[in-house]
Design a protein around this ligand. Structure first.
Ligand SMILES: Nc1nc2c(ncn2[C@@H]2O[C@H](COP(=O)(O)OP(=O)(O)OP(=O)(O)O)[C@@H](O)[C@H]2O)c(=O)[nH]1
Ligand SMILES: [Mg+2]
Length: 349
């Protein structure tokens, strides 16, 4: 009798768990339906979940991303980088409005690793992009705090995917071009725009070599306000072209577009957008875009694999002692690093 009661209680508990699981399942599906139907609140909530630093939020976030990925792949992604204050947000607002006038729906995301320190520059960005932010065919999302579980770039890629599922067919991603983040952004965008400013010291303004090689368009911004500024912009562009000619052929095969202009001049931005959209259409036709995405997929997977392999090695119980011993002896014994790595890995097995 007692046994029966026990069994009954257990069955009831199991049924409750199953129901809760099913409920969660329904939630994810319903949630995704809302996102697909264009519900902004549902999208914003999903993005917050992706950016959450709580491990318990991760399974739901992953379930959403997984399901949403079936609806994505059709949007085109722009990456915009440049030194702080180059005019990226201003340019994006003009470019975004231009894309909307062509019938597109535009999502703007920002990767700003510094925002953790400064408390977020995106509040500023939202004000700067006020016309775009208020447009019904646009979605402007403040940058994640940098406290997400994975990297900021990974979170941005996931957010971009959700935005695609929500029907945004042009995703513009702003990143400050002075750190690692822009290389990550390059890995997830179909076209990469570098903004420079006139008179920025050595002309390439501390922009990393990788960015120089990968820019699809280089625009010296703030070429307005008089002949002196125009001349300064032209000379900045000349320095840049000089720097680029020292490098090997562009990694993607297509030489970058060069220009000077003003992000405050919508006509000039429109002209550049014409060229970029034409390029994207041609790359789609020729299969180049497909190749680029395949390469991006491989690079991202490789980067993840490297990080995961390192994590596994470090979590091996024998690792701390072996690592310490190697550090204590390796240098004095003049063991070459690759030899040290081999010995270390052998010792862990
Ligand atoms: N004269 C002129 N001013 C511009 C132009 N583009 C941007 N600005 C101004 O430059 C300042 C910085 O512009 P933002 O668009 O915020 O620059 P940003 O690169 O997004 O800046 P961060 O996100 O802080 O790195 C603002 O005051 C803009 O109004 C331009 O083409 N010409
Ligand atoms: Mg900005």
């Amino acid at each position: 009798m007692a046994k029966d009661l026990e069994n009954e209680a257990r069955d009831r508990a199991l049924a409750r768990i199953r129901a809760a699981r099913a409920q969660r399942q329904v939630d994810v599906d319903g949630w995704l339906q809302d996102i697909l139907a264009g519900d902004r609140t549902a999208l914003a909530r999903a993005i917050s979940l992706i950016e959450s630093a709580k491990p318990e939020d991760r399974p739901t976030a992953e379930a959403l991303i997984q399901k949403a990925s079936a609806q994505s792949g059709k949007a085109l992604r722009y990456g915009i980088t440049g030194v702080p204050g180059a005019g990226k947000s201003t340019w994006i607002e003009a470019a975004g409005l231009d894309l909307i006038s062509r019938g597109h729906k535009v999502a703007v995301l920002a990767v700003d690793p510094s925002s953790q320190r400064t408390g977020g520059s995106l509040l500023g960005d939202k004000t700067r992009m006020s016309d775009l932010a208020q447009h019904q065919n646009a979605f402007v999302r403040p940058s994640p705090s940098g406290r997400t579980l994975g990297g900021v770039a990974e979170a941005t890629a996931e957010v971009a995917l959700l935005c695609e599922a929500a029907g945004f067919d042009r995703i513009l991603i702003e990143t400050v071009g002075v750190g690692q983040s822009e290389t990550d952004v390059r890995r997830m965008t179909d076209v990469f725009v570098l903004l420079l400013i006139p008179g920025g010291g050595d002309g390439i303004q501390g922009i990393k070599r990788g960015i120089l090689e990968w820019a699809d368009a280089v625009w010296v911004n703030k070429a307005d306000g008089g002949p002196e500024r125009l001349a300064a912009a032209e000379s900045a562009l000349a320095v840049y072209k000089g720097a680029l000619s020292l490098l090997s052929a562009p990694a993607d095969g297509a030489p970058p577009l060069f220009g000077t202009g003003s992000a405050l001049d919508s006509g000039q931005v429109h002209t550049l957008m014409d060229q970029l959209e034409d390029r994207l259409a041609a790359a789609q036709q020729s299969g180049q875009l497909h190749e680029r995405r395949a390469r991006q997929w491989r690079d991202s997977t490789e980067a993840l694999l490297a990080a995961e392999a390192l994590r596994q090695v470090r979590s091996n119980p024998k690792f701390p002692a072996a690592w310490q011993q190697l550090q204590a002896e390796g240098h004095h014994a003049q063991i070459l690093p690759y030899d040290a790595v081999r010995r270390l890995l052998d010792g862990l097995n």
